[in-house]
Design a protein around this ligand. Sequence first.
Ligand SMILES: Cc1cc2nc3c(=O)[nH]c(=O)nc-3n(C[C@H](O)[C@H](O)[C@H](O)COP(=O)(O)OP(=O)(O)OC[C@H]3O[C@@H](n4cnc5c(N)ncnc54)[C@H](O)[C@@H]3O)c2cc1C
Length: 263
Amino acid sequence: MYDFAYQKPSSVADAVKALGAEDAKALAGGQTFIPVLKQRLNKPSVVVDLARLGLAGIKVTGEAVVIGAMTTHGAVAASAEIRRAIPALANLASMIGDEAVRHRGTIGGSLANNDPSACYPSAALALGATITTDRRAIKADDFFQGMFTTALEPGEIITSVSFPVPAKAAYMKFKNPASRYAMVGVFVAKGPAGVRVAITGAGQGGVFRHAAFETALSANWSADALAGIATPADGLNSDIHASAEYRAHLIGVMARRAVAAAG
Ligand SMILES: Cc1cc2nc3c(=O)[nH]c(=O)nc-3n(C[C@H](O)[C@H](O)[C@H](O)COP(=O)(O)OP(=O)(O)OC[C@H]3O[C@@H](n4cnc5c(N)ncnc54)[C@H](O)[C@@H]3O)c2cc1C
């Protein structure tokens, strides 16, 4: 690690002020950020810990599930309220990493990081979530802008995420057996914004929607409606874990399983 200053403010306003310093960086669960610091891939002047801002918590109404940015994956997985309103979201959280990662990792950190293999971006995109920050509300459609890239401005802090409650939804992940990140993850939803299908783990540009699946499922919400719709391998990731062609195949398999699970 390089030397850096450490601050733990107790209000969002103070945190935003601290993040105004050149090369200041926010710290949430540290599951990505701390390894990055250890590997000297980032050299912040000051690390601003978000732990004391009161950003953890879950609020469920008839229409939406609102999750504070510092809420851990473990808390989402264990929430009976979320399991009742959007069981797919609780299931997704329960499948992230291992218990240690779920105990520290946060939903705000996951969305801000926008890892191309992360699970939450697919839920946010498929459910038409709104990401609220210290200064504005950003639709998921506008938030994810490519691998590890989001609409967040320097020093902008995610404070909460609101997921509209869908009629049906499910997430299926073909996980990397070592890290449990998605080699391919598919989130399907039929909700207020219509039928939406978001794919993670596969796209070179990060999470993306699958237009052909959405059209087919809008006409006929059944796993059979996806049979015969091939996903082109062009633009998909190819690495030591899976070729682009294999990922294209997995997208179809995971999508059919997700629709069947959503019922
Ligand atoms: C072994 C391992 C396995 C994992 N498996 C999975 C998996 O299966 N699926 C999955 O989805 N993820 C997985 N993860 C990722 C993990 O779940 C975390 O979500 C992720 O590391 C980031 O969350 P964090 O709270 O730890 O953020 P941090 O590591 O603290 O921060 C990550 C980045 O986000 C920024 N940031 C954090 N919070 C905010 C905020 N509120 N506003 C603005 N910027 C912010 C930070 O400045 C930093 O740049 C895994 C991680 C590990 C180490």
